[in-house]
Design a protein around this ligand. Structure first.
Ligand code: FAD
Length: 497
């Protein structure tokens, strides 16, 4: 019987896991997860992600235990050496993995594949995390797309995403002992902060079972109203699949086909289902951009945005991070993020616009904070979304799109309950003032127990003035110098299919 090592990364699942499926068909499988916090450099997993990873690995360990298969855990900055040790201990001749697309991962996988080939080890990689491979969708000029709508239309006119693979049929019969760490010895969960209870109610349980439950719940109860859900400040109104998708606890192919079938099986209106599926176009598009522009997480796509306008006011950055800007909708969002690791799309856009347009702090600072605090922190989605909101990305809002935090609060949190939940110190204000406490007469503030500047901060900037300053500073940046005008595109990467 032959033995295959399967190296899991962002694919912590059994269903629709092509690397595992094909390895199990071959014979005995040894399944390994390597925690490498060195190779990603600045983009090593943040605190919230480490928390999720711990629980996700635990869940996968339990799932594999049902088949009497251990999940081998190893930690280290040199995955090649670890894989070589595991190959030796298991006497395996082959390594399978599902492809990753982060620039550091593409480089790492290429060099590992080359080194293992020299060792006479067979390496095969599979498509598992994206509906369309980033290099598979090209413009008529054989260039990457820069406009989402063109990209997605091209996707939709090509082959339908493939059907998901079944769970693998394991057939482990060899007596193989491979060295492993224990999960607890990695200390991924900080004893000082455990989001578990809050997160469980907000977002659900890490792991494949939790992901499938979330998908079923979403299809049954929320997909029908998805358009409305997307327009609220509450994360629970949309699918809440982002973290499960990021860690690969559920595959986009499973979500895609389940949502499509719901139109026939559950009579979900096709426009609700289409609107939801469009988000998977955005998801793939972010990876398409990251693949062709590996500098995306660090540099603005429109390079002149990085030149002069920004000023990192550390004090204001901290007030934004802590939810103390004096703008209730911004503060509620930032406090929710700090406490739960999750915020809705709508609130992400409001707080991101506030940081970059009102405070003129570079989007990179915001993206870094999100990276550390979001449980769904994802290099492609995070950097592309920050660039979009700032107006410096490939398919962005215009630089003069400056979100008004008061009117957005009134529109998307019209009953004020979101602000009341996260800023209890102003909860007694009526709806007239909950989004703008500074407009409340002194007697109203007093009755609500509020002393502005003491119990709740005064605004750190004036909206109108900040807007005017931003418009003046951003205006000269209309001239665009996109990355690909200045830099040659990377040649098409060779990735084994
Ligand atoms: C400033 C900013 C930063 C963001 N950072 C991240 C991040 O680090 N990780 C992350 O997963 N999402 C990020 N997003 C995108 C989006 O806000 C989240 O994916 C979404 O809120 C997650 O909730 P959901 O799973 O209920 O999404 P749903 O609305 O149910 O969408 C389903 C899935 O589609 C994808 N998706 C949804 N919206 C977008 C979008 N605008 N762009 C690309 N893909 C999308 C996600 O994988 C999501 O899980 C960011 C958005 C902004 C504005």
């Amino acid at each position: 019987m032959v033995c295959t090592v399967v190296w899991l990364r962002y694919d912590l699942r059994l269903i629709d896991n092509p690397a595992l499926f094909h390895a199990a068909k071959r014979g005995h499988v040894v399944i390994i997860y390597i925690l490498d916090q060195e190779t990603p450099g600045k983009w090593k997993l943040g605190k919230a992600s480490l928390w999720w990873l711990h629980h996700s690995l635990k869940s996968l360990q339990n799932d594999l235990l049902k088949f009497n298969i251990p999940l081998i855990l190893r930690r280290g900055a040199d995955p090649l050496t670890i894989l070589r040790q595991v190959l030796l201990q298991s006497r395996a001749d082959t390594v399978y993995w599902n492809r990753c697309y982060e620039p550091y991962a593409v480089k790492r996988d290429q060099s590992i594949e080359e080194a293992l080939k020299i060792d006479d080890v067979t390496v095969r990689s599979f498509q598992a995390g994206l509906l369309y491979e980033p290099w598979a969708i090209k413009s008529a000029k054989d260039e990457p797309f820069k406009l989402y709508i063109m990209y997605w239309n091209r996707c939709l006119s090509s082959d339908q995403p493939r059907k998901p693979y079944d769970k693998p049929r394991f057939n482990n019969t060899l007596d193989i002992k491979v060295q492993t760490d224990t999960l607890d010895s990695w200390h991924l969960v900080s004893p000082k902060k455990d989001w578990k209870d809050e997160l469980k109610t907000v977002i659900g349980c890490p792991g494949e079972d939790g992901a499938i439950r979330k998908l079923k719940e979403f299809i049954k109860y929320k997909l029908v109203d998805y358009r409305k859900g997307k327009e609220t400040v509450w994360p629970s109104k949309t699918s809440q699949l982002s973290t499960h998708l990021h860690f690969g606890e559920i595959s986009p192919f499973v979500v895609w086909h389940t949502a499509k079938e719901s139109v026939h099986l559950r009579s979900v209106p096709s426009d609700s289902s289409q609107r939801f599926l469009t988000e998977f176009g955005w998801r793939d598009f972010c990876f398409h951009l990251l693949y062709y522009y590996p500098d995306f997480p660090e540099k603005s796509y429109k390079l002149n945005f990085d030149e002069t306008i920004w000023k990192v006011d550390k004090e204001k950055l901290k007030l934004w991070q802590q939810g103390k800007t004096g703008y209730p909708i911004v503060d509620a969002g930032m406090r929710e993020l700090l406490n739960t690791g999750v915020i809705s799309y709508r609130v992400r856009t409001i707080v991101a616009s506030f940081l970059t347009k009102h405070l003129l702090i570079p989007w990179q600072n915001g993206a870094e904070w999100f990276w550390d605090t979001l449980v769904d922190a994802d290099l492609a989605l995070n950097s592309c979304s920050w660039q979009r909101i700032t107006g410096c990305g490939a398919d962005s809002s215009s630089y003069f799109y400056i979100i008004n935090p008061v009117t957005q609060g009134e529109r998307f949190d019209s009953d004020g309950n979101y602000v009341r939940k996260w800023i209890p110190e102003i909860a007694k204000l009526s709806n007239d003032y909950i989004q703008q406490p500074w407009e409340a007469p002194a007697a109203v503030l007093k009755k609500a127990g509020i002393a502005l500047g003491k119990t709740y901060p005064k605004c750190i900037v004036n909206h109108k003035k900040a807007r005017d300053v931003a418009l003046t500073k951003f205006a000269p940046l209309k001239r665009q110098e996109p990355m690909d005008k200045l830099k040659k595109l990377p040649s098409k990467k060779k990735m084994k299919k």
